[in-house]
Design a protein around this ligand. Structure first.
Ligand SMILES: Nc1ncnc2c1ncn2[C@@H]1O[C@H](COP(=O)(O)OP(=O)(O)OP(=O)(O)O)[C@@H](O)[C@H]1O
Length: 484
């Protein structure tokens, strides 16, 4: 028997769902307040719950959290008024499967949604979204924050809400926008991408809204703008922060009412496009600096998705490398040392830069070798200097490193001191002599690794270690740091 809990303080809503669901053969429990529903959540388990976000004695989102904690498999639909769509999107972040707006004017759609949710197996969404991601060429990876973000993107894709994607250059904002479009009900209609920072102000306006014949010198024919072409589809506005204040006002109008005018035109036109905006600058900061309209930001960031930079999702490097090698139809692979160097690099250009590096290495290595080794990587990656402690300290889960050598060494010294009893006589000179030997050992390990990486090329090895070739020769001769 399927158990459903409907939580709403409006009696009519409860009664409506009671009859609708009872007729389908489900067992329905009604909750009328926060307190009362809390009790009902504790009493038994449910397969589905419909929760009103605004209860007189509490917040429906908190009940959603409790439900998810107590019965993780229970599907939740939150119910909201239009003005609280932002809250509903929040609910999705906390695990709601979907949200519906009150009043319910499409009952067939509502029934369909409930049936679909109850039909789905326990973790369906992951496989659905993975199939779609595969189709659009979007690597999700293993990074938890990224996985969560894609799940939210997938869930809100079917809703007609605007989305704001923030992230450094090359992190995949456009690919994510495309993924959202493909997951939406608009996927049969056009996805149009426009970079607001790439063209001049006057051209941007006519590209966005179109122009009438004779609107300006050179406007020989009338032209459709992207808001018109992407009508019923998705309009991806990259670098929205670059749009002038005047264009921002016009965009705001499009977002509020769908209305716009072609350049040189007098007729008000309407579009039903969905806007996904992106920016590599933090738009809230731009608002504080008065470079971006607050009301426009408010309209845009109904859903805000922040893509982490590649240096924070290094665990995804192998998957991305594999994906790009396949895309380039290359049979080559990267050696472990090459991958290690790539994971030490900070990737300021993010995934775009990674793709370019892979393309370059493949071109250089093709017909020469079957495994791409460090010499085929660009200098910036081979010689990207990392702080020695990054090598010596244990990498923590959070990818944080201690920033100085000293604490690491002091920790070891403390351990040694603890085992030294003050009544034991020691010889400090002997100890310092041992430390110098250790220094040699560490030096040897670095030199050996550098020579291995550069396949014995001393010039390259010296460069990698940031020492002169003379010093390297000295180390090899005097200290016996031979290449083993
Ligand atoms: N998750 C991903 N999976 C596969 N390819 C990706 C992914 N992210 C980025 N790319 C690739 O990296 C390149 C840059 O991606 P994209 O243009 O989407 O970045 P962006 O954040 O929009 O960049 P910009 O801010 O410079 O406009 C593209 O070639 C894209 O295909």
């Amino acid at each position: 028997m399927i158990n459903v809990l409907v939580i709403d303080d409006e009696k009519e809503v409860g009664t409506f769902f009671y009859h609708l669901l009872k007729d389908k053969g489900y067992a329905v429990t009604l909750g009328h307040s926060y307190k009362d529903s809390q009790q009902k959540i504790m009493e038994r388990s449910y397969d589905l719950s419909l929760i009103d976000v605004m209860l007189p004695d509490g917040n429906g989102i908190d009940l959603l959290k409790e439900m998810k904690k107590t019965h993780p498999a229970c599907k939740v639909i939150v119910m909201t008024g239009y003005s609280t769509v932002k809250t509903a999107v929040e609910a999705i972040k906390f695990g709601a499967s979907d949200y519906i707006e009150k009043p319910f004017d499409n009952l067939d759609e509502l029934e369909e949604l409930i049936d679909q949710l109850l039909k789905r197996p326990a973790t369906p969404i992951e496989s659905d979204l993975e199939i779609l991601a595969d189709r659009v060429g979007f690597v999700i990876g293993e990074h938890l924050e990224m996985k969560h973000l894609v799940k939210i993107a997938y869930k809100i894709a079917k809703k007609n809400v605007n989305v704001l994607i923030e992230g450094e250059t090359g992190t995949g904002k456009e690919v994510l926008a495309h993924f959202i479009h493909q997951a939406s009900l608009r996927s049969e209609n056009p996805f149009i991408s426009m970079n607001c920072g790439a063209i001049s102000e006057s051209l941007l306006e006519s590209e966005l809204f179109g122009h009438e014949k004779g609107a300006f010198t050179g406007a020989l024919k009338e032209k459709k703008g992207v808001v018109e072409i992407a009508n019923k589809g998705t309009l991806f506005l990259d670098e929205i922060g670059e749009a002038s204040m005047a264009t921002q006002v016009k965009l705001l109008r499009v977002l509020e009412t769908g209305d716009y005018m072609r350049v040189g035109g007098e007729k008000i036109c309407k579009t039903h496009t969905r806007v996904i905006a992106a920016s590599h600058v933090n738009l809230a900061h731009a608002v504080a600096e008065k470079k971006f309209r607050e009301d426009l930001l408010y309209r845009l960031d109904v859903v805000k998705l922040n893509i982490p930079p590649l240096r924070e999702r290094k665990e995804d490097l192998p998957l991305l490398i594999e994906f790009f090698l396949k895309k380039l139809e290359s049979p080559l692979t990267f050696s472990n040392e090459a991958i290690e160097l790539m994971s030490q690099y900070t990737w300021p250009g993010n995934i775009r830069e990674l793709f370019n590096v892979i393309k370059r290495s493949v071109t250089l290595a093709e017909d020469e070798v079957s495994i791409i080794t460090p010499p085929f990587l660009p200098d910036k990656i081979r010689h990207s200097k990392i702080h020695p402690t990054k090598l010596l300290s244990v990498q923590k889960k959070t990818d944080q490193y201690t920033t100085h050598f000293e604490p690491y060494v002091m920790d070891k010294v403390k351990q040694i001191l603890m085992s030294w009893k003050s009544d034991q006589a020691i010889d400090l000179d002997d100890i310092l002599q041992e430390v110098r030997q250790l220094e040699d050992l560490i030096g040897k390990a670095f030199v050996t690794k550098a020579l291995k990486e550069t396949v014995g090329n001393r010039k390259e090895a010296a460069k990698m270690l940031n020492i002169t070739e003379r010093k390297l020769r000295y180390l090899l001769k005097e200290k016996g740091h031979f290449h083993s």
